[in-house]
Ligand binder design. Structure first.
Ligand code: FAD
Ligand code: NAI
Length: 466
């Protein structure tokens, strides 16, 4: 078969790229080795984790908060199998949706491992060993990422699990040790704590969520500690010994010192993800990677080999589904002769715990490092009417605006629904808005969005409700 474009991998980057390319009239095929489309995100990432976060939050609400609202339901019981079935149903609905969309847009699907087989050729190797050769003018590599392994610690997905195993535990572990206080550790740590686990998070650095605004990290850690998660910061895991029942985790201070042993039923390794290029045959065509194994691309997603492009987790930048999707659209448009583009300065980042954490743009630490003068406006949810009545007063909105131009440079939110609240400021930033623009926009009352408006007012030192 001969195509304008073959996309390898149908995660959020690959499937969106294929749909956009087909919309633009390119004869397009996708190659996917997994049984279902949707990649890490839909199968073992964003979607199943959000399903469990939603269900476990409902369980916690029913256990701890319903009575405050005058809703008496008695002691809720956990049916973990049912909860997992709810999650699986959500995954199936989404992956089938992608299959439908690919068909609807006339994209051909090939099941198997895609391998670069020389200029303009992709070999599809099926699970039974059979193979097919596709001729194509262009290839987009969208093969995503895989779990970072901790040297000397074998993941069996039963006792020592990655995020994939942590999304399908058969029982609630009495004690869960999480290695890494990043997004996965805190989201999945929250799930299992809500369902009854004692959760200890071991983090190498002296803070949680590195890369996010420092003040956000501090407050968020305090909130999670209040919820019952224990943190061991500035600590490294030097060994995990799996026994007959559970595992013994050896933890040392990061700077060196006396080791301690923690007994755990399950250990979750969540120390990051690495680009996935196994079996792709990059070497056969000479596609260059960097020192982290990421495929190197220019600003048009082109690799060093003519006709081969790459997007998503397998290239540099934040490993986020929406970043991969936007790159998919951009590269499809570039291949169709348009001017596809992604604004990397305005990519929101959300942690879907309770409360949520959301940020877009620059952190205070980054602005200070770059010597950019800014004004900060901060507004706590304790002063927001809707948050007060809902009993969701943990957290704040912080807006950072250029001291000279008032242009919004970064927004950081800890609070209920922060992931939705961040969208309005992302749009504002895309339009080059000032804090004054956000402050003068009428926000509905009573909503949590008023905290965003108040933070914008606070940039000019004229918040109304604090
Ligand atoms: P992937 O989604 O990884 O897809 C790559 C696909 O390529 C896979 O289906 C793979 O099977 C296939 N493939 C690989 N090699 C080949 C080959 N040679 N031939 C054929 N097929 C191949 N991001 C968010 O934005 N929000 C979230 O809430 C979120 N939650 C997450 C939760 C977890 C637990 C995890 C692990 C990740 C989460 N992420 C989240 C990150 C998100 O999943 C990734 O950023 C996103 O999936 C990257 O998309 P991608 O298209 O680049 O790659
Ligand atoms: P991460 O990079 O977010 O966090 C890893 C953490 O582990 C860091 O805090 C790091 O300092 C720590 N660490 C590294 N080595 C360690 C060691 N040896 N001992 C102790 N701590 C160690 O990575 P994570 O949580 O695994 O997630 C991977 C990626 O998946 C994220 O970067 C994110 O891009 C994506 N993701 C996004 C989500 C979202 O958008 N809500 C949800 C889940 C994942």
């Amino acid at each position: 078969m001969s195509y304008d474009l073959v996309v390898i991998g149908t995660g959020p980057g690959g499937y969106v790229c294929a749909i956009r390319a087909a919309q633009l009239g390119l004869k397009t095929a996708v190659v996917e080795k997994r049984a279902t489309h949707g990649g890490t995100c839909l199968n073992v990432g964003c979607i199943p984790s959000k399903a469990l976060l939603h269900a476990s939050e409902a369980f916690e609400e029913a256990s701890k908060h319903f009575a405050d609202l005058g809703v008496i339901v008695g002691e809720p019981k956990l049916d973990l199998r049912k909860m997992m079935a709810f999650k699986d149903e959500g995954v199936a609905g989404n992956t089938k949706g992608v299959e439908f969309l690919l068909k609807k847009n006339g994209v051909d699907s090939y099941r198997g491992t895609g391998r670069l087989a020389g200029a303009g050729r992709v070999e599809v190797i099926a699970e039974d060993g059979g193979n097919q050769l596709l001729e194509t003018r262009n290839v987009v590599i969208a093969t995503g990422s895989d779990v970072t392994r901790l040297p000397g610690v074998a993941i069996d997905e039963k006792v020592v699990v990655s995020s994939t195993g942590a999304l399908e535990l058969a029982n609630v572990p009495k004690k869960l040790v999480v290695i890494g206080a990043g997004v996965i550790g805190l989201e999945l740590g929250s799930v299992w704590r809500r369902l009854g686990s004692e959760v200890v998070v071991v983090e190498y650095l002296d803070r949680v969520l590195p890369g996010m605004d420092g003040e956000v990290g501090k407050q968020f850690q305090r909130i999670l500690s209040k919820q019952g998660i224990t943190f061991k910061l500035s600590s490294k895991v030097t060994g995990v010994d799996v026994g007959k029942k559970g595992a013994t985790v050896t933890v040392e201070p990061a700077a060196g010192g006396e080791a301690e042993k923690i007994q755990a039923d399950v250990v979750l390794v969540a120390i990051g993800r690495v680009p996935y290029t196994d079996g792709l045959g990059l070497e056969t065509v000479g596609v260059q990677t960097d020192n982290k194994g990421r495929i190197q691309t220019d600003s048009h997603y082109a690799t060093n080999v003519t006709g081969i492009y790459a997007i998503g987790d397998v290239i540099a930048g934040p490993m986020l589904a929406h970043k991969a999707e936007d790159e998919g659209v951009a590269v499809a448009e570039i291949l169709a002769g348009q001017s596809g583009h992604v604004n990397y300065g305005v990519i929101p980042n959300v942690v879907y715990t309770f409360p949520e954490v959301a940020s877009v743009g620059r952190t205070e630490e980054e602005l200070k490092k770059d010597g950019i003068r800014y004004n900060a406006g901060k507004f706590p949810f304790t002063a927001n009417g809707r948050a007060k009545v809902n009993h969701t007063t943990d957290g704040f909105v912080k807006i950072l605006a250029d001291a000279d131009t008032d242009r919004v440079l970064g927004v950081h939110i800890v609070g209920a629904d922060a992931g939705n609240l961040i969208a309005e400021v992302a749009v504002a930033m895309e339009f080059g808005a000032s804090a004054e623009d956000v402050a003068r926009t009428c926000h509905a009352h009573p909503t949590l969005t008023e905290a965003v408006k108040e933070a914008a007012l606070a940039v000019g030192k004229r918040a109304l409700h604090i």
